[in-house]
Structures are given as structure tokens and as C-alpha cells.
Design a protein around this ligand. Sequence first.
Ligand SMILES: Cc1ncc(COP(=O)(O)O)c(C=O)c1O
Ligand SMILES: [Zn+2]
Length: 441
Amino acid sequence: MPLEVVRTASAAPQSSPAREPGTAPTPLGAFARALKCRECGKEVAKAPVHVCEFCFGPLEVAYDYDGIGKVLTRAVIEARPQSMWRYAELLPLDGAATVGAQVGMTPLVRAHNLEKKLGLRELWIKNDAVSYPTLSFKDRVVSVAVSKAREFGMNVIACASTGNLANAVAAHAAQAHLTAYILIPHDLEQTKIMGTQIYGANVIGINGTYDDVNRLCSEVAGKYGWGFVNVNLRPFYAEGSKAYGYEIAEQLGWRLPDHVVAPMAGGSLITKIAKAFGELEKLGLVAGAGTRYHGAQAAGCAPIADAVRAGREVIKPVKVPSTIAKSLAIGNPADGYYAIKTITGSGGFAGAPDDAEIIAAMKLLAETEGIFTETAGGVTLGATLKLLDEGRISRDESIVVSITGNGLKTTEPLVGKLGTLPVIGARLADFDAFHTQKRSS
Ligand SMILES: Cc1ncc(COP(=O)(O)O)c(C=O)c1O
Ligand SMILES: [Zn+2]
């Protein structure tokens, strides 16, 4: 049985070499062979490109799994530092990570209080609300993308973002001494904007939706040749999310759960958790469990969840997203089609709570488990509640809920929703009066 709050397994054994804190292990070889088109299967050399020149399909990193299988064992992984880089052979760098060495290995928390409240047998929270350094799972994808950009010799890093990616790119660019250009919808949460500007990045608000920002970024990437983490570096960047999946499996004691519920914006994370579990199975590091992947989006912007729920394979883009979950507000998701395939192919489903249900779920998670998540986490837990009610998730199976961002970043929608602050005088008599009144009310 794994520990209840699984930060990690034991410390490195005596035989492992002394390592300077904050450095990532060097992989036992470069196993990312090439980029491969997800549609036509053609392969091209690793480069900052994301679209197949033959059929315009998206490119994905292809690995030499036979080679990985010869060197990567549970013991090798467990002896390494507590970061996402303990799975370095399964990530797309040619050498050690040069930025973000301490990212990952966030807590997997057994949610006993929520289990009791909801009548569940086994519920876990994978908590990237405390991801280092910028409090969302985007630290994972960005540490890979920026390290890869350095391997390619790029010195300007850029992105289109709904907020969390902006924070992570700005912080990692600062660490790597790279110039950062960050384009965001102008009306994001203040904390997300300031939490990007603080690192000295060039932050530009665009008058438009995320999809407008993304289109502009594709044009800028083509013209300026910068490393856009989620455009021309996307095949490498997206692989970083796999570590979230590897960590869940290892922290469960090298076991896969019956259900994973994941938030979806572009739709990449959910596909990469599934890819990670599949790779671990292929390498013989875990036994297959027929995990069902369930997607969560906000009702006000749910192009992927709506398609799943309607039994469609085709996304109908949402032109004007309207939700407090701004980090998930992508109307035309780049990986939407693949997210649908991951969900339906596994026997999973999707849920789309509205804004009131998102806030209620944020409060529920905070009050039961002491975890303050951002609106995206409210979407994920809110969707989980709906899927339980609909019988799509069975109460006696193991469930992992993916909490991917921190509540301190999205406080605006909570204003006026948590009661007014009682203010009293500083004398004991004032407190006594307050307490007496409270008890009688
Ligand atoms: C907190 C949070 N969770 C989940 C996601 C969804 O990620 P993806 O675009 O990979 O679906 C995002 C994307 O911005 C996010 O900010
Ligand atoms: Zn192709």
C-alpha cells in the first residue's frame, strides 16, 4: 500500500553518485529518435517544427523503446532525485535538462475526507497546485521546451497562453537568461498577468480570444523564428505532461488507477497521461489496468466535452468562451480530436460544470482536503462529481483527480462568494461579544 501523502519513495541508495542539488540526471542515452506524423506516420529529424510537410498532421516525438527498456528499471528511477527528470529517458532531450531541474514529483494525496463525503473507496488528488516554481502543471512542459530550445541554440522563448503557461515560460526564461515574449488575451486574471511581468518578460495583451492570440503567434513564429513553446516547439513541450502520468503510477506503488479525470484546454494533457501509462505498460514497469480517461471542461467553453457527450468525433469550435475558468478557455483546441479519441477509446466520458458548480467544487476541495485550487481544479472536481452522479465513474473503483493549478492565481471569481469578513475591535470584550453572538446565531 503506498503512503498516504506520497511525496516520493525512499532517499537515494548509498551507491548512487553524489549530485549537486538542483541538477537533473543525465539520461542513459538519447532515446527520442525523430518526429513522427500522427496521421501519415512519416518521420522527420528532430527540429523546431510541429506540422507534417506531407499531410499537415501534427508531429509527435518517437522513441526507441527497445533501447529504453534495456536501461530503465524501477530501481534506476527510484534512485534518482525527486523531480520529473527521474524519467529522463522517456522525455525528448538529448542531454540533461538545463533548466527546471527541480520541477515535478508533486504530492499524490489520498483524499480520505472527500472519500467519506462522497462515498468513494479510493480517491487520490495529484496536486500540481504546488508545482515548483510557478504553481501549475505548466512547469513540466516548459522545463522540457526551454531545455530543448537551448539544445536547438534558440535564445528567444515565446508562447500564446491562457495564463499558467505565461507564468511558467517567464520564470524559466529568467532562469535560463533568455528573452521571453508572451502573448495573452488582455483580460486574464491580474495575478496571472503580474505573475508573468515580475520575471521581466515582454508580456503583451491581445484584444481577442485565446484562439486569436494563438493564430497571431503562429504568424510571429513563422516570421521571427523564435522558440514558441506551444507552436514550433509543441511536439517536445507536450511530452513534458507525460511526467504527470509517470509520477501517478510510481506514487501509487507502480500501479495504474481505474479512472483519471483531467482538465482540458488544448486537450494535450489528457492524451499525454494516457501515453505515459501506455509507455510504462509497454516497458513492463506497470501492469495494465484498463484505465478510463475522463475529460473536464467548463460549460462556458466545452468544445471537447460537448463532442464526447454528443458522441461526435468532430469539434465544433466555441467562438466566444464565457467562463470563470479562463485557463481552460480555448475555443478551438489543437489536440481536441486526439483528446476525444483518448477518452472514448478508453471507455471514459466527459463532464462540463457551470461557473457556480466550479466554485462549489473549489470550496469542497478546500474544506475537505485543505487544497486551494484555481478555477481549472474546480472544473475537474466539478466534472468528477457529475460523472459519479451519472454512473460513468463507479464509487468502488480507484480514481485520480488531476489538480493542475493554484487557487491564489484566480481569486477574482471568489470575491463576494465566501461571506463577508467580520471586523471587530481589538479588546477581549469585543471578541467575547462576537463569540456570544456567533454561538447564538
Ligand atoms: C491549470 C490548467 N490545467 C489544465 C490545462 C489544460 O491543458 P491542455 O491544454 O494540455 O489540455 C491548462 C492549460 O492551460 C491549465 O492552465
Ligand atoms: Zn503526415
